[in-house]
Write a protein of this length. Structure first.
Length: 443
């Protein structure tokens, strides 16, 4: 596709005339979107039923270096003017953040353009406003690229499993943290060492807070929960813990029980309500998610009729994310050619979101205890007093190096947290050295 400046009237649905595409952002993702629009123009036209034409790219600086060469007349710093132009039929937003992305998307929809976005933070914070605007305008808002990059997970939840009842979604949705934890497991690296390596390879930002503190995964968890359970779930509803406190001892303890540590986004139905959480967990090595290595992502879905499904692939990067964006573009453009739009986001169930304290989970607790008679009985009593039963217990070391490792049966997080608080106050417990949640059953 040769880049063309706009000319002629705005194309009408079903005419076969070019559909005008505006791209907001020309960074690692935006540049790959532009590249694919050019390289695959013939195939895109055949799949859509009409040609597409790039009519403008909004950037912060006209003179910034870019991964793709663009004619100067296509570049603009006035994103507001671009999204409201008459020759723009689809706006692709890949600038990220809350503002100005939200205002630009709303302006595009109000001007009659459909929107494709990869903005998980915005969707998790204020998706309801965007979906309402899209419905009011009779236009599409697609966002497959907002979760897990190239992995098709949102569309299966929205469409393929629409006739089923999803009961649980559990996934590795942040490649940076998975890379760090994988290196800690396979190479014995410490957290700081693994993080530095991830930054050197470009998997982690100079400021890795959004990744290692779980903010990125929490936004994606909110989107997954909203789709899976037809309810409005925001990032603020998601319980969030990062991986900065995961130690080499935690990883070694997981190995000793045949497990691996992963940062998981977990959302499920419990007694008609939605549980949504992000935190490190120990999962058995035979679980499919345990084998996800390096910076890859995977999402594990459980439903009543389909059973267990797993979606795996590259969860970030310019080209993988651009692949998902172009897939959405084809769907949106097909609807424009047909003169239709997709059904709005379904929130009919309007389920409540459980507070973390009411969420049912299991704990792995490591205790530095005095090596004397009666210690195990006292610890067991502390669990029993909170209504928590013990699944397994083992002692590591002797004398001053004695460590007691306890894995509980399922209980509410509040019960388990209260148990840990009680243990910390016991005279026989010198220190609670590690607390981590456990998912999955061991063989």
């Amino acid at each position: 596709m040769a880049y063309q400046t706009p000319e002629g009237d705005k194309p009408g649905p079903g005419t076969g005339r070019p559909l005008g595409i505006a791209v907001l952002g020309c960074g690692s993702v935006g540049s790959q979107v532009v590249r694919l629009l050019e390289e695959q123009s013939g195939d895109l036209a055949a799949r859509i039923g009409a040609p597409v034409r790039l009519v403008g790219v909004a950037v912060r600086r006209l003179d910034a270096p870019r991964e793709v060469d663009l004619p100067a007349e296509l570049l603009t710093t006035d994103a507001q003017a671009l999204v409201t132009r008459d020759d723009v039929d689809v706006v692709i937003e890949v600038i990220g953040g809350i503002e100005p992305a939200r205002s630009l998307i709303l302006a595009a929809l109000e001007s009659g353009a459909s929107v494709v976005t990869a903005n998980k933070a915005l969707l998790a914070e204020d998706g309801a406003t965007l979906f309402e605007a899209a419905e009011k305008a009779g236009r599409d808002l697609y966002y497959e690229a907002a979760v897990a990059g190239a992995i098709p997970i949102l569309r299966p939840l929205r469409d393929s499993l629409a006739g089923d009842k999803v009961t649980r979604v559990m996934g590795i949705v942040n490649g940076t943290t998975n890379y760090i934890l994988d290196k800690m497991d396979t190479h014995g690296s410490g957290f700081d060492e693994a993080l530095a390596e991830a930054q050197e390879l470009g998997y982690a930002e100079a400021d890795p807070t959004a990744d290692v503190d779980g903010f990125d995964a929490a936004a994606k968890c909110a989107i997954l929960a909203s789709l899976a359970f037809h309810s409005r779930v925001t990032a603020a509803d998601v319980h969030r813990e990062g991986i900065a406190d995961v130690t080499a001892t935690d990883v070694a303890s997981a190995k000793a029980m045949g497990s691996v540590v992963k940062l998981l986004a977990i959302t499920e139905l419990k007694d008609g309500a939605v549980s949504a959480r992000v935190h490190p967990v120990m999962i058995p090595r035979h679980h499919p998610l345990a084998s996800v290595r390096d910076a890859f992502n995977a999402v594990f879905v459980e439903s009543e009729a389909a059973g267990q499904l797993m979606f795996y692939g590259r969860g970030a990067g310019g080209a993988p994310t651009a692949s998902a964006v172009l897939g959405d573009l084809v769907s949106v453009a097909r609807n424009l050619v047909a003169g239709s739009s997709s059904a709005p986001a379904s929130t009919y169930a309007d389920r409540a979101v459980l507070p973390m304290g009411e969420t049912v989970t299991r704990y792995h607790v490591s205790l530095d205890v005095a090596d004397r008679a009666g210690v195990l009985a006292a610890v067991a009593t502390a669990f029993a007093e909170q209504g928590v039963s013990i699944q397994t217990v083992r002692q590591e070391g002797r004398d001053d190096d004695a460590q007691l490792v306890v894995v509980s049966h399922e209980a509410t997080d509040a019960q388990l947290s209260a148990t840990v608080d009680h243990l910390r106050g016991m005279e026989i417990v010198r220190d609670v050295t590690s607390v981590m949640r456990v998912e999955g059953e061991h063989e």
